[in-house]
Write a protein that binds this ligand. Structure first.
Ligand SMILES: C[S@@+](CC[C@H](N)C(=O)[O-])C[C@H]1O[C@@H](n2cnc3c(N)ncnc32)[C@H](O)[C@@H]1O
Length: 206
């Protein structure tokens, strides 16, 4: 029997096994998006460990800055149902794909916002996840698409913008970075955990 969910999606469409591993998760997406997975979307284990650190209190509001097709938020929302995961994504196509994936996973503690992170009010969020979203402005290889303008000056502008936003957050704010060059991290953020390869870093603001 088909049951109606909160969003009116048929239970038959919900894919509960997608959280088993990265391969299973990729099946939520169209083939072109699957091909970008290894390079551009957070691995499941990294997403889970990051979300555990960021979901530090019931009702915590976590923002993924540059959420792509929503993988970090959906994994976080699955394992930490008492927290709220938000993703902001500049590319309309990826935003739409994230919304479709959310419906397929039935994760309604996850919300996706279409737009540039510079238009958000950071007071709406407690903690932040950042998978070096601005690096595409420096890297000429393996780009997601050619729909937007890239430039090294945009990289600098976004890093400075995010640095200021993070610097203005209250003491106790948590930040996780993956593959970051560190340009957007204010000195008030203290490294409390890091992966052995140092690609994944967890910070708390003093
Ligand atoms: C490396 S992907 C990470 C996707 C997602 N966070 C994940 O871990 O699966 C970075 C994403 O950031 C987005 N992005 C880059 N600059 C952005 C900006 N200024 N505002 C919003 N999104 C941005 C890109 O379009 C891309 O989808």
């Amino acid at each position: 029997m088909e049951l109606s969910t909160e969003a009116g999606i048929s239970e038959r469409l919900v894919k509960p096994n997608c959280f088993l591993n990265d391969g299973a998760f990729d099946w939520l997406y169209p083939e072109r998006i699957q091909r970008l997975s290894r390079r551009h979307w957070t691995p499941l284990g990294v997403a889970k460990a990051s979300a555990r650190f960021l979901a530090n209190k019931p009702g915590a509001k976590i923002l993924d800055i540059g959420s792509g097709v929503g993988k970090f938020c959906l994994v976080g929302g699955h394992y930490f149902p008492d927290a709220y995961f938000y993703g902001v994504e500049q590319r309309e196509e990826l935003h739409q794909i994230a919304l479709e994936a959310r419906d397929m996973t039935g994760k309604f503690n996850v919300e996706f916002i279409h737009g540039n992170f510079t238009h958000l009010d950071m007071d709406d969020f407690d903690n932040f996840y950042f998978y070096n979203s601005f690096f595409e402005n420096l890297d000429h290889n393996d780009r997601i698409d050619h729909q937007i303008a890239y430039s090294p000056s945009l990289y600098v502008y976004y890093c400075k913008y995010l640095f200021k936003l993070l610097d203005a957050r209250p003491s106790g704010t948590r930040l996780v970075t993956f593959h970051s060059l560190g340009d957007e991290i204010p000195p008030a953020y203290h490294l409390v955990e890091s992966s052995i390869d140092t690609l994944l870093k967890m910070y708390i603001k003093k």
